[in-house]
Design a binder for this molecule. Structure first.
Ligand code: ATP
Ligand code: MG
Length: 180
């Protein structure tokens, strides 16, 4: 399972459609300060369902939409889609490729799509349970995250082991059943 491609439109500093293809291996993003490297990482977190504006370095969620420059008008919508190779079916779907898309309007409303079908954020979360991918899993380690993991409370750190052991899915299902 690996990230195959990412497409951004209207997300943060990318008003034009940008397509990035990733090979199976290491990819580095290089560029001067402020050119948008971190915005690309934010786009990956966002499309996976990140809801924390702090994590996304935005004041409010609509701030992820391109907000204009001196000679370019702000946009009304932002879209990010990400394609994951699923040849080995680590994601519980038959498809060899899985596309996830998120769109947001200035009203703040987000839409999610899974292989072109409209879904709920909950469905995206469920797809990634126990895979180590997902908005709060350990596939994205930003600055300071390793320190945070090492210094966090044992109960919080337990989440990482539960993901790796493949039991997160069952824990959430049992919590949901208790609530009903
Ligand atoms: P550094 O090397 O300093 O970490 P970086 O390449 O990671 O830089 P980013 O943080 O990705 O840079 O990009 C910052 C730029 O993105 C800033 O110029 C900021 O104005 C711009 N930006 C952020 N949100 C928006 C938005 N909604 N619309 C337009 N531009 C935005
Ligand atoms: Mg940066």
């Amino acid at each position: 399972m690996f990230l195959k491609s990412l497409e951004l439109y209207g997300f943060k500093s990318f008003p034009d459609k940008v397509s990035l293809e990733f090979a199976d291996g290491i990819t580095s993003l290089l560029g001067p300060n402020g050119c948008g490297k971190s915005n690309i990482v934010d786009a990956i977190k966002w499309v996976l369902g990140e809801q924390s504006t702090k994590t996304l370095r935005a004041g409010k969620m609509e701030d992820v939409i391109f907000n204009g420059t001196d000679n370019r008008k702000p946009l009304q919508v932002a879209e990010v889609s990400l394609v994951i190779s699923n040849e080995e079916h680590h994601l519980p779907l038959d498809d060899p490729e899985v596309e996830i898309k998120r769109r947001i309007f200035r009203t703040g409303e987000s839409e999610y799509y899974l292989n072109k079908n409209r879904v709920l954020l909950k469905n995206i979360r469920e797809l990634f349970f126990d895979t180590g991918v997902g908005k709060s899993a350990y596939s994205i380690l930003e600055q300071g995250k390793i320190d945070q993991i090492l210094s966090s409370k044992p109960e919080d750190r337990r989440f990482i082991f539960e993901e790796a052991a493949g039991i997160s899915r069952f824990k959430v299902q049992s919590q949901e059943a208790e609530r009903k």
